[in-house]
Design a protein around this ligand. Sequence first.
Ligand code: ATP
Ligand code: MG
Length: 420
Amino acid sequence: MKAIRGFKDILPAESALWRHIESEAFRVFSTYGFSEIRLPILEKTELFSRSIGEGTDIVEKEMYSFKDRRGDGLTLRPEGTAPAVRAYIENKLHVKPVTKLYYTGPMFRYERPQKGRYRQFYQIGAEVLGDADPKVDAETIEMLIKYFRIIGIKDAVLNINSLGCSGCRPGYKLELLRFLGARMDSLCENCQRRVEENPLRALDCKSQGCVEATEDAPSMVDQLCRPCFEHFEGVTGFLMQLDVNYVLNSRMVRGLDYYTRTTFEITGPNLGAQNTIAAGGRYDKLVSELGGPDTPCFGFAIGMERLSIVLSSTGGFGASLSSPIFFFVSMGKPTRKKAMALVAEMRDGGFRVETAYIEGSPKKAMKRADKLGAVYTIILGEDELSKGVVSVKEMATADQSFVPYGELILWLNATLTGMG
Ligand code: ATP
Ligand code: MG
């Protein structure tokens, strides 16, 4: 039996890095006032079709949708913003002036699997609900860049754009439609079909023809209405003051229809075509469209697989993230009780301990310790028992020390600090 195509296991060799990525995210985000929300993996299909948009790739062809036993249409979430907004409205979190949420977990999209693109993938997402101020956009992006720097991604590139609002976007859409109308033959079939309904999709399309045809397409930023223009200026102004470099990318429209005003993407190194490690933007109308009060919002999601690929390729992680293994050998029945007490003490002290309770020669146990990659083997034989010590052997050097029971934890902590 094999896992489903596009689904994969995160094995222990990788999961230490994943946990590190997650816990650092939560630590950094909480210093900006974010708290965790845990969301269901299944939602009503309607939640996604209404928010992400009927004419998007996700809703048209990528959702895992099915009917449950009662016949209700359900979907494995393809993203976390719509569920977060649903929860925000349902639980009346809007009584607070501003709500900052983060979440993590698997998302599902029926895409063509390749490096950095899977059918089940993990995101770390964050949403600021209830604040229209451009400082929110800038500060949240700055938080993300800082987080990337902390975990070791230094050459991330920020692309930003503004998609305007329901006031200025229709005019832009018309102009774009006129532009695309003259280049219909170059567009891919999919974009030809949906160009009338949603011409912006052609700017997001990855097919060669569409990329070329839209190269000199009119730019949304040139068509922003006064309030949207000022908002965008506010965002870029704050970014500069926060020392965050950005590239203005007028083609960047994102694959979800709910975005208004600011959108952004952050790309990372060593990823090939799938090089976006985080993306997001403003969605000022989504809460009201889903039945809540008028609530301007800003959010983003990070792709964990891509982050993990970047970090593994730049190195420096792995072994150092999982704690060293100590192998405790109890030799002979009389030593067992004391051995068990010492092992319990070590584990209570946070050490990672494997054990062997043996009779006779320690040869096999030592081999096993070696195979497990233990850094120290601790032996309690009858000799040691009578003296009230254990023998601690450093596997790499075969150096041996005798340590009294009562000093073991102190001794281990001191050598571990030395190992740094
Ligand atoms: P892309 O353009 O790469 O398809 P997207 O615009 O569909 O990305 P979002 O929906 O904004 O992406 O999701 C945010 C992030 O989640 C992406 O930047 C990426 O890092 C990650 N992501 C999206 N889809 C996948 C996938 N199928 N497999 C792995 N990671 C993904
Ligand atoms: Mg996509």
